[in-house]
Design a protein around this ligand. Structure first.
Ligand code: CO8
Length: 258
């Protein structure tokens, strides 16, 4: 039984699958959805049987932004006082890899949600954009920052300042997405990638995620130093011994997350 109102949450093997489920509103992110998303992510994060997470929407929309109908009457005092976007940041605290499988619209907060994930796989019908400027506001969940780091200043400026939307092909050329797959194969492909990751050594997986993210948040020298420490520490795991022994013995490794 599904305990969520705005999500469908299931698992396949070691992969947790979260499907945003407000199709009548193009999966607009309302307060309930964001809090349920945090709850579902936390559940998978603390579940030792889960090694990777996929977030997806439907064919028409990944998510068309924060729910404008819920947000439009807010005053500055309410917005600032309640810090209503704060729960959004918690997605960044999840240590297991998260794949965004994006079909259709990923706009505003929807694009920001995808960019908060670790890998974006795009269906060939995906559309990305930060159209907030058309509403008289600006991106508020990392759009001006993560988009710029992904696609560079000129394109991020153009997209954020004009609200122009970008189709999958342009998004791939601009390095926003890792690759494009046919829309009807999107979920299957995302699950395959997640399953591959979930069956590797989870210490190494989580440390890679952490090191790449550390590099985004700091300098090259600092990031490299951090990486080196993490690298050495993996020699304390049984999985490193197993992985290397299996290579030498010409067999498949059996990782035990120890
Ligand atoms: N909020 C609320 N409802 C929405 C949203 C949204 N963001 N997007 C679509 N809907 C609703 C529509 O109102 C419509 O509802 P109804 O049937 O009751 O009229 C239904 O979804 C279907 O949408 P459309 O009829 O508009 O579908 P179209 O195919 O004609 O158009 C579009 C699709 C182009 C995607 C269009 O719906 C659109 O422009 N949507 C708004 C996109 C947008 O401006 N997004 C940015 C929102 S602001 C934001 O995200 C702020 C981020 C700040 C930080 C976030 C932190 C979490």
């Amino acid at each position: 039984e599904n305990p969520y109102e705005t999500l469908l949450v299931t698992r396949q093997g070691k992969v947790g699958l979260i499907t945003l489920n407000r199709p009548h509103a193009l999966n607009a992110l309302n307060t309930l959805l964001i809090s349920e998303l945090n709850r579902a992510l936390k559940g998978f994060e603390t579940d030792p049987g889960i090694g990777a997470i996929v977030i997806t929407g439907n064919e028409k929309a990944f998510a068309a932004g924060v729910d404008i109908k819920e947000m439009h009457t807010k005053t500055f005092v309410e917005a600032y006082g309640s810090d209503f976007l704060a729960p959004f940041d918690k997605i960044g605290n999840i240590r297991k890899p998260i794949i965004a499988a994006v079909g259709g619209y990923a706009l505003g907060g929807g694009c920001e949600l995808a960019m908060s994930c670790d890998i974006i796989l795009a269906a060939d019908n995906a559309v990305f954009g930060q159209p907030e400027i058309n509403l008289g506001i600006m991106p508020g969940a990392g759009g001006t920052q993560r988009l710029t780091r992904a696609v560079g200043k000129a394109k991020a400026m153009e997209l954020c300042l004009t609200g122009r939307m970008m189709e999958a092909e342009e998004a791939e050329r601009a390095n926003l997405v890792s690759r494009i797959v046919p829309a009807d194969e999107l979920l299957e492909e995302a699950m395959k990638v997640a399953d591959k990751i979930a069956n590797l050594s989870q210490h190494a997986v989580m440390m890679i995620k952490e090191a790449i993210n550390r590099g985004f948040a700091t300098t090259l020298a600092e990031g490299t130093r951090f990486e080196r420490g993490q690298f050495y520490s993996l020699f304390a795991t049984e999985d490193q011994k197993e992985g290397m022994a299996a290579f030498i013995d010409k067999r498949k490794p059996e990782f035990k997350n120890r």
